[in-house]
Design a protein around this ligand. Structure first.
Ligand SMILES: [Zn+2]
Length: 79
């Protein structure tokens, strides 16, 4: 189950290379228990009072409609 994400993405940065999850470096939307994939990007989400970093795996980038729309419109912010 993916936690619903209501906050808009304000940036999406592709990592230089996929990084295995470790310690506190986990897939934010899927959580430690349901995702063992490598982290491939970091999204910044604008919540009500803060900008929250979201570490995400490749699957999230294709299953999350906001991420798909963001990439279609903007691409990665570091490319
Ligand atoms: Zn994941």
């Amino acid at each position: 189950m993916t936690r619903p994400m209501k906050s808009p993405i304000i940036s999406l940065i592709r990592l230089d290379e996929p990084t295995p999850q470790h310690d506190g470096w986990i897939c934010t939307p899927h959580g430690r228990d349901s995702c063992t994939r490598d982290i491939v990007a970091v999204a910044e989400l604008q919540t009500k009072d803060a900008v929250q970093p979201y570490r995400v795996c490749e699957a999230w980038l294709t299953e999350n409609t906001r991420a798909v729309a963001y990439l279609a419109e903007n691409g990665y912010d570091n490319r």
